[in-house]
Write a protein that binds this ligand. Structure first.
Ligand SMILES: [Zn+2]
Length: 486
């Protein structure tokens, strides 16, 4: 599936066609670079600070991935075990070589490494998370577009049945005004004494109770609920961990003000009831219950949206990182200097990997990162109600498959470096991996060779052999890496 609707080049195209495709992309990319950067629609709502450039974001992500790896390696028993890939958590293995030699590849616009693995963790991997969230945002936007079109077709069919032989009114010819959505955020009362494993569990159980049982079934009929997408977002701040749920409910019909109010009150009431019920199960060490039930003003925020703009808004809503100051995109969140000194009081978990974050000591930050990594393991971050993806013609893909798919862009391998050098850079100066990709995107292979020394700049013939599957990047290294080096 390709959510943008643009056919993707075949993975098996011949080297000659690949060369032409890369050249064509390069000229488009060069043209685009001369224009002001616009970005994806959901990356555009930058009102706080200018977004970081792609290379800055990538440097930050590679740096954080290495910081996370260091913590997880130590947790797994130190380098002694850390060198044994089997004993390391999957997300500490992200970017690890899996063949002999690492290739640097570009399609003329974007670059990536080949011969390395991606962990595919949306929660705890700074690099994979960005890829997966980006893809998930596409899915939500696609589903909303298809939903609106379905509703338009139904309305148009009905109109034609009622007005035989007459021409369709213009508003029924386009789907822009169709589709009705309820955007919501659900939270819990939280404080520093509460472990994330507990609050995350409570919020997930509360949600499961909310969307099951007879009352929910009745609500589905009453307000024409087609389905929902929900995502968990976790932040950390002065009051400790703050997990919350964002959801978008798809409605098949428009609700008037009175219906909107009724649905709002019903949800608020039900959420509070469910959370109170769930909360009883959690006790402090002294036997007293934790008070997680939200009070009236907090705990829930609902907004009804309709029409074309809802798609972009929903994609952003479900996949964004939310800060205390309202909705901001990941790029802005990362770029906000005020977060580091703790003035804004709340950070996304990846920021815990930055030294000095919230004025925490390294020991505290590492402890918090481990707590977050463990609490989110095997939890689902973004889920859809049963049947909604199929209904909206969105392909079912696991996070790992999505990351893999995004990593399969065809292109030409311009440089190959030994696993040993690559691994050393990945561990000690991970930002240079981002710089190497940036250089590859400009086809500055000399610069790539400077950043990842000791490798080989490949000539056209060698590039073609790899593209045609007749050779592997590692074959062109002067001394082939042994697999022990992986
Ligand atoms: Zn990863």
């Amino acid at each position: 599936m390709n959510p943008s609707g643009v056919p993707s080049p075949s993975q098996h195209m011949t080297a000659e066609r690949l060369h032409a495709a890369v050249a064509a992309k390069r000229s488009v990319a060069a043209e685009a670079a001369s224009e002001p950067r616009s970005g994806e629609p959901w990356e555009k709502t930058n009102k706080i600070t200018p977004a970081l450039s792609r290379v800055d974001l990538r440097r930050l992500a590679y740096g954080r991935r290495a910081a996370s790896r260091k913590i997880l390696v130590r947790y797994s028993g130190g380098e002694k075990y850390g060198l044994d890939p089997i004993k390391l958590p999957r997300c500490a293995r992200c970017g690890q070589p899996v063949e002999s030699g690492v290739g640097v590849m570009t399609d003329g616009e974007k670059a990536r490494f080949t011969g390395t693995m991606l962990c595919g963790s949306i929660w705890a991997c700074p690099t994979c998370s960005a890829i997966i969230r980006h893809e998930r945002a596409h899915e939500v936007a696609l589903a909303i577009g298809n939903h609106a079109e379905k509703l338009r077709r139904e309305a148009a069919d009905q109109w034609q049945a009622d007005h035989e032989g007459r021409q369709l009114p213009p508003e029924l010819a386009v789907s822009d005004g169709f589709g009705y959505y309820l955007f919501g955020t659900l939270t819990l009362r939280h404080d520093r004494t509460m472990p994330l494993a507990m609050t995350l569990d409570a919020i997930l159980k509360g949600w499961t109770k909310l969307i099951n049982g007879k009352p929910w079934k009745k609500a589905v009929e009453r307000w024409k609920i087609r389905g929902f997408v929900r995502a968990i977002e976790v932040t950390y701040g002065r009051n400790g961990w703050h997990p919350h749920i964002h959801f978008v409910i798809f409605l098949d019909g428009e609700l008037d003000n009175e219906q909107q109010r009724a649905m709002h009150d019903w949800m608020l009431d039900r959420w509070k009831t469910m959370v109170e019920r769930v909360a009883k199960a959690y006790r402090k060490q002294d036997g007293n219950p934790y008070n997680v039930a939200p009070n009236d003003e907090h705990g829930i925020d609902l907004q009804f949206k309709a029409g074309k703009d809802a798609g972009t808004a929903a994609a952003e809503y479900i996949t964004k990182v939310q800060g205390d100051k309202g909705s901001v995109t990941l790029a802005q969140e990362i770029a906000r200097g005020d977060i580091k000194d703790g003035r804004s009081g709340s950070v996304n978990p990846f920021q815990l990997l930055d030294s000095g974050c919230l004025g925490l000591s390294d020991f505290q930050r590492e402890d918090l990162w481990l707590e977050y990594w463990q609490a989110t393991l095997r939890r689902r971050c973004i889920t859809w109600s049963r049947g909604l993806k199929e209904d909206m013609e969105v392909e079912e893909l696991e996070d790992e498959e999505l990351a893999q798919k995004a990593d399969e862009l065809p292109g030409l391998v311009g440089y190959v470096v030994s696993n040993k050098v690559y691994k050393d850079v990945r561990k000690r100066t991970p930002e240079l991996l981002a710089d190497a990709l940036e250089a590859a995107e400009h086809e500055d292979w000399q610069e790539v060779a400077r950043l990842l020394p000791g490798g080989v700049i490949l000539n056209d013939e060698q590039q073609d052999m790899i593209a045609d599957g007749d050779a592997k990047p590692g074959d062109f290294l002067p001394l082939p890496d042994s697999f022990q080096d992986m």
